[in-house]
Design a protein around this ligand. Structure first.
Ligand code: TRP
Length: 334
């Protein structure tokens, strides 16, 4: 009999802290869409994680729904992938508690994101901020994920997830799959258009530094025309040309062209022409996403149907792992 090859499970989450940037799209969400064919994918809106920083309740609620619609608009297909909102699935917080009892104060104290965030929010160093990585470990382990695509800033949290899963398995036998980091082939890190040494961020005070994936075409074009470059004139990918390197990376991700092809196409042309070409490639790529989003966000009923189905399936799948873990530690499972 032919044996069916089981697809590997990929899982990732994104916080609903505002409209995704072009950086989030290229660095994460675009690849999430592509991976749906090859893998069994689970993607979710990490709204519980957002509570570690004070939020305006009505804004958070809207952002969670918008972020969910954005995932769909970017090509995450709820028929192919498991898509849900974290707070709709109570197993996450529950496994989080369990795992927190197998986590040492010392190891959470060493997390660089905790140190950075507690310095940035010195007036609100809450316990959730401290145990953030434990909830993230629960997110991942509940679905027995083989691989987790994460950026550099989340690597340490994934390492922590592996440590805690290994520790738990060493005591209780095989309960959790040990997840690997998934490094995407493009793996592009998109930098600010105004300061190409800084990562592109939606919280940048300089609005010209980032492109939101819902920006209008003229706004996108203006941001690219104003992008910081250097005092040379050649479009070549070379160390030290951080602004041009960033624009070339964006252009390459939008068009699929290699750096060599781009260099050749723009030989003898100036930065002005190049910036316009990059801007136009981004406008064209984002146009259908903006249109999809406009359509989807008007269809609240469809969105509700999708996240309800997603939550039900996520609840079912994750409960298996949670119940296994509960039994192992000696809780009386009903
Ligand atoms: N902490 C991640 C971030 O801020 C979001 C996240 C939460 C996540 N849970 C996850 C990512 C599980 C991957 C897997 O980017």
């Amino acid at each position: 009999m032919e044996e069916q090859v089981k697809k590997k499970v990929i899982l990732s989450g994104i916080q609903p802290t505002g409209v995704f940037t072009l950086g989030n799209y290229i660095g994460a969400v675009q690849n999430w869409g592509k991976m749906q064919e090859e893998f069994e994918c689970a993607y979710f809106i990490a709204d519980l994680h957002s509570l570690t920083v004070r939020q305006d309740p009505s804004v958070l609620k809207k952002r969670a729904l918008d972020a969910f619609a954005l995932l769909l608009a970017c090509g995450i297909d709820p028929e192919k992938s498991l898509v849900f909102i974290q707070s709709h699935v109570n197993t996450h917080a529950e496994l989080g508690w369990l795992l927190s009892c197998y986590t040492q104060f010392g190891e959470l104290s060493r997390m660089t994101q905790f140190k950075d965030k507690s310095a940035a929010h010195a007036d609100n160093i809450n316990a959730g901020l401290f145990t953030y990585p434990v909830l993230m470990a629960a997110d991942i382990l509940l679905y027995q994920a083989d691989m987790v695509p994460v950026g550099a800033d989340q690597k340490q949290h994934l390492e922590f997830t592996r440590d805690i899963a290994t520790r738990f398995n060493n005591i209780y036998g095989n309960v959790f799959k040990i997840p690997e980091p998934y490094i995407s082939k493009s793996g592009a890190r998109i930098m600010s258009l105004q300061d190409p040494l800084k990562k592109m961020s939606k919280s940048d005070a300089n609005l010209n530094g980032f492109v939101s994936i819902l920006d209008e075409p003229n706004v996108i074009m203006n941001k690219f025309k104003r992008a910081v470059t250097d005092s040379e004139t050649e479009v070549v990918f070379r160390e030290g040309k951080d602004g041009i390197n960033n624009l070339m990376t964006i252009y390459s991700c939008m068009t699929g062209l290699t750096m060599e092809q781009i260099e050749k196409d723009f030989e003898g042309k100036g930065y002005g022409d190049f910036k316009i070409a990059v801007g136009e490639s981004v406008v064209e790529k984002l146009r259908p996403i903006r249109e999809n989003f406009d359509r989807l966000s008007k269809d609240k009923k469809y969105l509700e149907e999708c996240y309800t189905k997603g939550a039900e399936l996520a609840q079912r799948v994750s409960s298996r792992t949670l119940n296994k873990a509960k039994k192992k530690v000696g809780l009386l499972v009903k």
